[in-house]
Design a protein around this ligand. Structure first.
Ligand code: G1P
Length: 288
């Protein structure tokens, strides 16, 4: 069983200033639900009930969101609006939340290693809330990755094909196809400025074996002084098998303003409008 899912959530979200001056970027809504809630729903759907969040300064709204608000519930308890809290209340009931703070921003590898104290010595999921992924056939991306983990017992990374001009924005992997959608990774480069090894870009879903923490501690900082998870995974890939799973669902990189708007439009068109006319909760989900 993979019980734990780590959410690095210490970043500033400068692309959304001034909104993110006092609101964590993970709390920006897609329609009426914060980005991070979609991620936690995806983790729970995949059976991960221990939600481990790496926060930083100015992120207290995350803790408040995943906690009861008795005053609010009291205020709306006799109105039909209370149904709007059903989704978040289910997460609060079904998951355990724990937090640790990243004191300085030193890259995704550093954020993940900060979470070691919450994760312990077991395989765990990682979800980057910015990446909103909608799986097909009613199955979320993380659920598919958990199944693959059970079969292969190694670190699994989700990837998607991106156009050539976008490879510089992502970790890029290459390797040998062992089936239609699975690649045994032999090379990984974080945001290559030239000669990307392929156009398979890492998207924000990982299942990591706990030895990743040793590999992170062996990782040299990049030229900006950041410890990149991609570099740590490359060390792991030299010694062990790591698989990349090619995701064919819908994904929005909500760290970018244009994709954030597209995600809002997508959810409005596909879920919210129809749902609103049929049910008061207008809850939108991460499985398509
Ligand atoms: C991070 C990872 C990168 C990955 C991306 C996915 O980059 O370092 O390898 O492709 O997430 O969104 P960031 O977006 O934090 O710069």
């Amino acid at each position: 069983m993979i019980r734990k899912c780590l959410f690095p959530a210490a970043g500033y979200g400068t692309r959304f200033l001034p909104a993110t001056k006092s609101i964590p970027k993970e709390m920006l809504p897609i329609i009426s639900k914060p980005l991070m809630q979609y991620g936690v729903e995806e983790a729970l759907e995949a059976g991960m009930t221990d939600i481990c969040i790496v926060t930083g300064r100015g992120k207290r709204a995350i803790e408040d969101h995943f906690d009861n608000n008795y005053e609010l519930e009291h205020q709306i308890k006799l109105s039909e609006k209370k149904i709007k809290l059903n989704g978040i209340n289910k997460l609060i009931d079904d998951c355990k939340f724990s937090y640790t703070r990243q004191k300085e921003m030193k890259g995704l590898g550093h954020a993940v290693s900060t979470g070691a104290t919450l994760v312990g010595n077991e395989a765990f999921g990682v979800i980057l809330s910015d990446d909103l992924c909608i799986g097909g056939n009613g199955v979320s991306l993380m659920s598919t990755m958990v199944e693959l983990y059970h079969e292969h017992q190694c670190s699994i990374i989700a990837v998607m094909e991106v156009p050539d001009h976008q490879t510089q924005n992502y970790g890029i992997v290459s390797g040998e196809y062992i089936s239609n959608d699975l690649v045994k990774i032999s090379s990984m480069v974080e945001k290559p400025t030239r000669n990307p090894p392929s156009n398979l870009a890492i998207i924000g879903r990982y299942i990591l074996t706990p030895d990743i923490f040793d590999y992170i501690s062996q990782t040299m900082p990049d030229r900006n002084g950041e410890i990149q998870l991609t570099d740590s995974l490359m060390i792991q890939a030299r010694e062990k098998t790591i698989l990349a799973y090619k995701f064919h669902g819908v994904r929005f990189d909500c760290g970018r303003v244009d994709e954030y708007i597209k995600a809002n439009n997508f959810f409005y068109e596909h879920y919210y409008r129809e749902c609103k006319s049929n049910c008061a909760s207008a809850s939108v989900n991460i499985v398509g």
